[in-house]
Design a protein. Structure first.
Length: 120
């Protein structure tokens, strides 16, 4: 299984158990995109372990570990976060295409106004 090193902050080291490495992709079951992890830390909240995952795009998620799937291959059903991809490459990490050995589709989520009421 392919793993990449993660960033470790002093906050994570002091307040939780920071992961040293993980797979290059994370599927948060409550999200639309596959993200690239930047930092992963396990914290104890109300005597239960919770995992906090920070992504290269700037987003983060915190849940029990059952809400995440850590992946080194993709099935193509979800898009890879384009912002994560840009930031990871800028930081010197290999592209998703290089990691997978083939093209991986990237995308983004945008907000769309669905009501017809305009404030003036």
């Amino acid at each position: 299984m392919l793993k990449l090193p993660l960033k470790i902050t002093s906050f994570a080291r002091k307040n939780g158990l920071p992961w040293l490495s993980t797979t290059p992709f994370v599927d948060n079951h409550q999200a639309l995109l596959i993200h690239r992890p930047y930092q992963v830390t396990t914290f104890k909240i109300h005597s239960k372990p919770h995992t906090s995952v920070h992504y290269w795009c700037g987003n983060c998620s915190s849940h029990d570990l059952s809400k995440f799937t850590f992946l080194d291959t993709l099935d193509g059903k979800k898009l890879i976060c384009a912002r994560c991809e840009e930031a990871a490459i800028r930081a010197g990490l290999p592209s998703s295409d290089e990691l997978l050995g083939h093209h991986a589709h990237k995308g983004k989520v945008i907000a769309v106004q669905t009501c017809s009421h305009n404030h003036t």
